[in-house]
Design a protein around this ligand. Structure first.
Ligand code: ADP
Ligand code: MG
Length: 361
């Protein structure tokens, strides 16, 4: 065996550290979009318009009519760990907004060739436009000032990010085709549109190359969840959905609501929209358990359509396990999942008695 001489330990350059960290948070356009949507929702937006070029790889733009960013805050906007939402560590256990540690915009600015923000608050007479690279303000063109410049604009924020992963070739190579990336981003937008449609938030998503939107939902206080599902997923599934019996468990500290397909509907793959405290998450344990319940109900190979909105007391949720916050853990997870499956089963059994069905024991 060759003898290995010890090599000296050196600190990585800060820009390398930041780029590595950013790559952990932003894997693909759809992740970046999720973060941006959550920011817009945190800012109280009622309309969120998304435009993507080459599936978001070439350009990802999101426009909202939320609170906007004050001009004085623009210099810190893309700095890592700079946030308006978290002040001290104890806040982490009671977070009610989506973001909590100021990493999303910073990450996007580290892995895109250019990023700019136009934002206007209600109190300002005009909007301000700022350009960012690697967390800091940069001039729009060499030799110009990097200070945010006044410009025309409506209340709210427009964020444009171009050339995702231009400086992280491995990540760039790992991306799928533009159309696949577009579909993933569209899927994220469509899920948020269902959950927030009944909360008065409308969404539009389109390709930059087309004027026709692929997704368009209204911003209206009277829109119901079923309205949005019908619009985005079609009548055939919308009319077969069963509303979950409203359920609250004080001891386990959670409430659940949602819509799930009945015995007359099935598909080759499960569709699952799962929101915990209004955040879109993967909840594989819940998905598996519900699928197991449906196995005895649906024809072989048939899968359900599920939309679950779970509210869990914030101090029982640990959103900090995963940098993308896509996976979430909570106390008494198994027991809560079991209760939700019971609620689902009872709701299905109690649904329209003209199409009664039995659960195999
Ligand atoms: P976080 O959401 O964790 O605070 P981000 O990097 O996502 O971190 O955003 C940093 C800050 O920028 C937010 O705390 C918020 O103050 C501001 N911000 C981001 N997006 C918007 C937006 N669309 N409208 C208003 N403010 C925003
Ligand atoms: Mg955020």
């Amino acid at each position: 065996l060759a003898r290995i001489e010890p090599r000296s330990i050196q600190r990585l350059d800060e820009s390398v550290v930041n780029r590595i960290a950013a790559g952990e948070i932003i894997h693909r356009p759809a992740n970046a979009l999720k973060e941006l949507i959550e920011n817009s929702l945190d800012a109280g937006a009622k309309m969120i318009k998304i435009t993507l070029k080459e599936g978001g790889i070439k350009m990802l733009q999101i426009q909202d009519n939320g609170s906007g960013v004050r001009p004085n805050d623009l210099p810190l906007l893309c700095e890592r760990f700079a946030t308006s939402k978290l002040r001290d560590f104890s806040d982490l256990s009671k977070m009610t907004t989506f973001g909590f540690r100021g990493e999303a915009l910073a990450s996007i600015s580290y892995v895109t060739a250019s990023m700019n923000v136009i934002s206007k608050t209600r109190d300002e007479p005009c909007a301000y436009k700022a350009y960012y690279t690697s967390g800091v303000l940069v001039p729009p063109k060499p030799g110009q000032s990097s200070a945010p410049q006044r410009c025309a604009g409506t209340d709210g924020t427009v964020i444009t990010a171009e050339d995702l992963f231009y400086n992280v070739p491995q990540r760039r190579r790992a991306l799928k085709s533009s159309s696949e990336e577009y579909n993933r981003a569209l899927d994220v937008a469509a899920k948020y549109a269902v959950h927030f449609g009944s909360r008065g938030v409308g969404f539009v998503c389109r390709k930059a190359s087309s004027n026709a939107a692929d997704l368009s939902t209204p911003s209206s206080p009277t829109t119901t969840t079923i309205d949005t599902i019908r619009l985005l997923h079609g009548t055939s599934v919308a009319r077969e959905l069963v509303k979950l019996k409203p359920f609250e468990d004080k001891r386990l500290g959670f409430q659940v609501e949602g819509y799930i397909s009945g015995a007359n509907w099935s598909s080759k793959r499960t569709t699952m929209l799962c929101f915990i405290n209004h955040r879109l998450v993967d909840c594989p344990v819940l998905k598996k358990s519900l699928e197991a319940m449906y196995a005895s109900l649906l024809p072989k190979g048939g899968h359900p359509w599920i939309y679950i909105s779970l509210d869990i007391e914030p101090e029982r949720v640990d959103v900090n396990v995963h940098p993308t916050k896509k996976e979430v853990h909570f106390l008494d997870e198994d027991e809560i999942v079991e209760r939700i499956c019971q609620v689902a089963q009872e709701s299905l059994a109690g649904a329209n008695s003209s199409r009664t069905f039995q659960f195999a024991q």
